[in-house]
Ligand binder design. Structure first.
Ligand code: GDP
Length: 382
């Protein structure tokens, strides 16, 4: 990837003790592995930089043996200097005292180098815990860490806590919140989505990072997990269709991607075959329900994907319950997915037009950022 491209993407680092679930998270979120397959993953034993063709720049770090931040040969500057968010994973099904000690030393070291880092704690593998126990665990972890940081004189450091599991959508939702904090244009994006929804009769709109299915922005109406789940399932459907039928079904899109330097279709995943059918079955109740209703009630009338005339993927799924899912590619990494009523969708021309305006505004938002960075660089060089 070009340096400029890397730089403009939010950078995220995943840390935690061995076996806490880092590689599993990485595989499930960025490589579409089914959660049950992670049982056979070898534990990460070294620093692992994963080149992900996504809006998000993502790295996984492990602590092999004793990694000492206070060792002068250990270059904390290089590690934490450019990171946007540090995600620390704690295995909630295990005794977490050692993990908390690690978390503490990590936060202390990272904050010293880069006070702008956001610290995010994933209390992970909560699928094995009862509701009460989850809440108690979160309270205990939160209390202990904040007390210890206060004792170290770092009461201003903010940590955010999330309950996560790879067996449901919680890991994706947690990442969505983490990423959103790193996007300086977020208020503008939300505003644009609000305008789009208000002028088109759209009930809910998400801007998705296609590869990870993390949403980077949504309009300000409340997010209910079912809408999120159905939209993220739509991405799976579209990606599966496009990797099966490729250029024939979505000719216009492939044509656009053929021009990519690496000649790779950005939206199809290399390990798509690794996704087995038991994923739905093992993916937690909510998820399988959403998938089941989707395919039973939905007529999926417009699949395979329709193509717009201007090199962009575009798809509409009409469901039996009168809801329409509308997807449109926004740029290399991002897609807009809207939920609306079938009656509203009768005015598709208006919606297409408004979405087109939204895309143009998005381009301008990111263009402005690029221009500003160039200006800053010029100033710095003078
Ligand atoms: P790493 O060493 O931090 O990279 O940890 P791994 O990703 O290798 O995970 C260790 C074990 O935890 C694997 O057997 C995973 O299947 C399991 N695991 C990871 N995430 C979850 C989760 O959300 N729930 C449960 N129950 N197990 C998980």
């Amino acid at each position: 990837l070009a340096d400029e491209d890397r730089e403009s993407r939010p950078r995220l680092m995943l840390m935690g003790l061995r076996r806490s679930g880092k590689s599993s998270i990485q595989r499930v979120v960025f490589h579409k592995m089914s959660p049950t397959e992670t049982l056979f993953l070898e534990s990460t034993s070294k620093i692992n930089k994963d080149n992900i063709h996504s809006f998000i720049d993502f790295q996984v770090w492990d602590f092999p043996g004793q990694m000492d931040f206070f060792d002068p040969t250990f270059d904390t500057e290089a590690i934490f200097g450019e990171v946007g968010a540090l995600v620390f994973v704690i295995d909630s099904q295990d005794d977490y005292m050692e993990a908390l000690a690690r978390l503490h030393s990590t936060v202390v070291a990272a904050y010293r180098v880069n006070p702008n880092i956001t610290f995010e704690v994933f209390i992970h593998k909560v699928d094995g815990l009862s509701e009460d126990y989850k809440i108690d665990t979160q309270r205990d972890i939160q209390q202990t860490t904040t007390d210890e940081l206060a004792d170290a004189g770092l009461e201003n450091v903010q940590l955010a806590f999330y309950l996560t599991s790879i067996y449901d959508h919680s890991i994706f939702e947690a990442f969505s919140k983490v990423i959103q904090k790193l996007i300086p244009q977020l208020p503008t994006l939300e505003n644009l989505l609000n305008i789009l929804c208000a002028n088109s009769g759209i009930e809910k709109a998400f801007l998705f990072d296609v590869i990870s299915k993390i949403y980077i922005a949504t309009d300000s109406s409340p997010v209910d997990s079912q809408s999120y789940e159905i939209c993220s399932d739509m991405i799976d459907v579209i990606i599966d269709i496009s990797s099966i039928y490729g250029r024939a079904a979505i000719g216009a899109k492939s044509q656009a991607y053929l021009e990519d330097q690496d000649g790779q279709e950005e939206w199809s995943r290399p390990d798509i075959d690794s996704r087995s059918d038991d994923r739905e079955a093992s993916n937690g109740d909510n998820h399988s329900q959403a998938v089941a209703t989707g395919s039973r009630a939905g007529s999926l009338s417009n699949l395979p994907t329709q193509t717009g005339g201007n090199h962009e993927a575009f798809s509409v799924i009409k469901m039996g319950n009168g809801t329409v899912l509308y997807l449109r590619e926004v740029n290399k990494y991002l897609a807009l997915i809207c939920l609306l009523r079938a009656e509203t969708f009768e005015k598709q021309g208006l919606i297409d037009y408004n979405v087109h305006c939204f895309k143009e505004a998005m381009d301008q938002v990111f263009e402005l950022k690029r221009a500003e960075r160039n200006r800053r660089e010029m100033e710095a060089n003078q």
